[in-house]
Design a protein around this ligand. Structure first.
Ligand code: PMP
Length: 346
């Protein structure tokens, strides 16, 4: 758990800076009174709730303990047999290389482009007969870059239907609806695609561990095969239901985070940093000068700002305005003479 102490800014895990809305909190507190009871043996009500909300059939939804849990199920289903290869961008969400190794698969990292985008040409070229799964993220973690719909369909046409493709949309709610890929239409056209989403980010329920996959019914059944009996806690369904009921208030928070992200990006750019455009609740700061990286990292640590470090830069979660202000202040103080060295990811 990220503990909040005064003067400490937990910006390393892309969490929502806001605690549960009062209505969500009340619903969760009420549900706690039944903590002596088991949840459903295998979740049925929660997938129905999600399916009704997003407009697909419940047979297409598989819920799990966070997107992480769902990703593990998917890799168990499609990447475990015989050490299948899992193609993914490098860097990507840490869970992908980790869980691929857990199930006995082989991660195949494909470097991002210099602009911080997933290199779909190189990823398609990496697909071979040993490939079980390809992982794409939209927006990408850690750079926040988007997939282009036509490039995505071109990629799917090129690799064919044998290989399953995870389309990870953990941060999709930070993208305005008219700019999202129509994933249900995509699933209808490409039944080898598995969309993964979470309630940890925009919905702010990271501690409750609720994620889901949307897939063709046959694929969903193979994923659901790995679900742990009684594996979802009793707060999951209640939390999701309460969030859906509070959609307007949640959307206001999402807008506030997006506005803060844009404000943070602009302030850092004014300070000399060159950033890829982020469509998520974090920004990526490319750093390719080891001396600058060390200076920034020390300054952030000294100011109590926790961020995620990569060999090519750092990812900073958008926090509340006070945390973002601290990031801007420290980053701008440090940058000084280093400006010309900033900016390339690869
Ligand atoms: N996918 C991506 C791209 C992520 O960044 C994360 C969390 N950082 C996850 C999946 C997993 O999220 P969770 O398990 O909290 O649902």
């Amino acid at each position: 758990m990220t503990t909040l102490v005064p003067g400490s800014y937990p910006l390393a895990l892309n969490e929502n800076p806001y605690g549960p809305l009062p209505s969500v909190r009340r619903a969760l507190e009420r549900a706690l009174a039944s903590a002596n009871r088991y949840p459903e043996f295998l979740p049925d009500r929660l997938p129905r709730l999600i399916a009704a909300r997003i407009g697909c059939s419940p047979e297409q939804i598989v819920v799990g303990p966070g997107a992480t849990g769902v990703i593990l199920y998917i890799l168990q289903a499609f990447a475990a047999p015989g050490g299948a290869r899992v193609i993914m961008a490098d860097p990507t969400f840490d869970g992908y290389p980790l869980l691929t190794a857990t199930v006995g698969g082989n991660p195949v990292p494909v470097p991002l482009t210099a602009a911080g985008a997933q290199d779909l040409d190189a990823m398609a070229a990496a697909v071979d007969e040993r490939t079980g799964v390809v992982v794409l993220c939209d927006p990408h973690n850690p750079t926040g870059t988007r997939l282009h719909p036509r490039e995505l369909t071109g990629f799917l046409d090129r690799i064919g239907s044998r290989v399953n493709v995870i389309l990870d949309e953990a941060y999709i709610e930070f993208v305005t609806p008219e700019r999202r890929i129509d994933t249900l239409a995509l699933l209808a056209a490409y039944p080898n695609v598995i969309v993964v989403r979470t309630f940890s980010k925009a919905f702010g329920l990271a501690g409750l561990r609720v994620g889901y996959a949307v897939a063709a019914p046959g694929i969903a059944a193979r994923i659901a095969h790995w679900q742990v009996p009684f594996g979802m806690n009793i707060l999951a369904e209640v939390g999701v239901q309460a969030c859906y009921a509070a959609e307007d208030e949640l959307n206001q928070r999402i807008h506030a985070i997006v506005d803060e992200r844009d404000r943070l990006s602009t302030a850092l750019r004014r300070g000399g940093y060159i950033l890829p455009d982020s469509s998520a609740n974090y920004i990526f700061v490319p750093l390719n000068d080891p001396a600058l990286t060390r200076r920034i990292s020390d300054a952030f640590t000294g100011a109590g700002i926790q961020v995620k470090q990569y060999s090519t830069g750092m990812r900073v979660t958008v926090g509340d305005p006070v945390a973002n202000e601290a990031v801007v202040r420290v980053a701008r103080e440090v940058v000084g003479d280093f400006v010309p060295a900033i900016g390339q990811i690869a």
